[in-house]
Design a protein around this ligand. Structure first.
Ligand code: PMP
Length: 411
């Protein structure tokens, strides 16, 4: 474990609390939504207490300060993902909106009948359904990269799917169920060689792995504030400037125009063109603080902690009778997400019994119905870990699983 883990945990007030049933909280649901450190909570309070007003509008001092803060958050995000220009960072409400923005804005404008979009069955519904909808609307065709038996993308099959009709490859950086980390750079190069664009859903990968959109040749990247230790209601769409400049707006209204006349309007420059209306101001500013926190902690520390936890979790979970973990069993190219079932136990019963012991996990299809259909299971239980988790959290999970197995008469 990293040396200063208890200091890191102290940064997160919610991790110190006990649940109403008196059990200490063991939070293993960061994949659904992570917790936020005190600095992020303080920043939100600071905005509302000291300089809240609307952004990009008034000349008064509050407006000036809040706009400076929001634009400095944008620059912080730009640097964090290795983007060339701050205006390539569009604030959205989250990954889902970022994907819809591109699906509709780009899709309606550029997708023609018979064009092809490449997806795969490990995608979250957020990176699946918008493409399905726009493909239907435009008469485009969806193609799916096969998954290998261990839950990785079959890259040979991917190459065979790329044609001169492929317009876009949409892929997750990390599966929210299997934990699989996808080879984005290689996939981007192959997509570009075929003349296609690549859209990366970074909701799970960006909080855990360093990303450089420039080096990895990523055209579009989406991620959410609430999964990267920031506020909910805020997210990011990165788009390469040359691409964004050629896209029509997605939402129309205030802030996104340069001129409005009775029968026509002209659009503002980037990023305002894609930020119609009043944004989530305090959330955007505090997202910058969350990213500074991650920067200060460093991806080396995050990787070391998550790798050690993953090793321990994998060993311990594999020792539970009847427990099957989905996704790659070796830890290389795998994140700290463990989805599993126990023979004879319904995932909801299991999650409910774990909750009685203070363990917060998620159960269900995790917004990946096609993946669960492929695995031929209706649902699974998911423990998702991050740098603030401990081996004691895993011990508590295993103990609670034991309790659940006894309650369900599986022993
Ligand atoms: N993609 C992936 C891989 C996810 O895990 C999630 C969140 N579960 C999303 C997209 C959607 O993110 P949001 O709900 O924040 O828009």
């Amino acid at each position: 474990m990293v040396a200063n883990l208890s200091a890191i945990r102290n940064d997160f007030p919610i991790l110190q609390r006990s649940l109403p049933n008196g059990k200490p909280l063991v939070y293993l649901d960061s994949g659904a939504s992570a917790q936020r450190p005190q600095v992020v909570i303080d920043k939100i309070t600071e905005v509302y207490e000291q300089y809240y007003s609307n952004v990009h509008r008034g000349v008064h001092q509050l407006g000036d300060r809040v706009t400076t803060e929001m634009e400095s958050a944008r620059t912080c995000i730009q640097k964090f993902i290795g983007a060339e220009h701050p205006e390539e960072i569009i604030f959205t409400s989250g990954t889902t909106m970022s994907i819809n923005l591109v699906a509709y804005s780009w899709g309606r404008h550029f997708l023609k009948e018979g064009d092809e979009i490449i997806l795969n069955e490990m995608e979250h519904h957020a990176n699946f359904v918008p493409w399905q909808a726009i493909a239907k609307e435009q008469g485009a065709v969806l193609k799916f990269i096969k998954l290998t038996p261990e839950g990785r993308l079959d890259l040979e099959h991917y190459q065979s799917l790329l044609t001169n009709r492929t317009r876009l490859v949409a892929v997750t950086g990390m599966s929210n169920v299997l934990g699989t980390i996808n080879p984005i750079t290689e996939m981007a190069r192959l997509a570009h060689a075929a003349g296609a664009l690549i859209f990366v859903d970074g909701a799970q990968s960006v909080p855990h792995l360093p990303v450089n959109v420039d080096e990895s040749e990523i055209d579009f990247l989406a991620f959410s504030g609430h999964k990267i230790f920031g506020p909910s209601g805020i997210g990011v769409l990165y788009g390469r400037k040359a691409l964004l400049e050629n896209l029509p707006p997605f939402l129309y209204g205030g802030n996104m125009i340069s001129e409005v006349h009775l029968n026509e309007s002209k659009w503002a420059r980037l990023p305002a063109r894609f930020e119609a209306g009043t944004p989530a101001i305090a959330q955007a500013i505090a997202l910058g603080t969350a990213i500074e926190y991650v920067n200060q902690l460093g991806f080396d520390v995050i990787a070391e902690q998550e790798h050690q936890l993953s090793q321990y979790a994998m060993e311990q979970l594999q020792s539970v009778p009847g427990l099957e973990i989905y996704g790659p069993q070796e830890l290389e190219q795998r994140g700290a997400i463990f989805s599993f079932n126990i023979a004879g136990a319904h995932p909801e019963d299991l999650a409910t019994l774990l909750d009685r012991k203070g363990i917060a996990v998620r159960h269900g299809h995790h917004c990946t119905m096609p993946l669960h259909q492929l695995l031929q299971i209706p649902a699974s239980v998911r423990a998702s870990l991050t740098f603030y988790n401990t081996t004691e959290d895993i011990d508590a999970l295993i103990e609670a699983i034991d309790f659940a197995r006894q309650r369900l008469r599986l022993t």
